[in-house]
Design a protein around this ligand. Structure first.
Ligand SMILES: [Zn+2]
Length: 47
């Protein structure tokens, strides 16, 4: 048996850094399950 690394795609919240793997990867979550931010996929703006 070969040792392989299996990586699944998941989402990462840009606000709190929370990472999670949804049951359906095709459906983007509306809010971060951790901080409930609807802007979880919107990076903070740098000025
Ligand atoms: Zn979050």
């Amino acid at each position: 048996m070969a040792l392989v690394e299996i990586t699944r795609k998941g989402f990462k919240c840009e606000r709190c850094g929370h990472e999670w793997i949804p049951n359906d990867i095709k459906t983007e979550p509306t809010v971060c399950p951790s901080c409930k931010s609807p802007y979880w996929n919107k990076p903070k703006r740098k000025r």
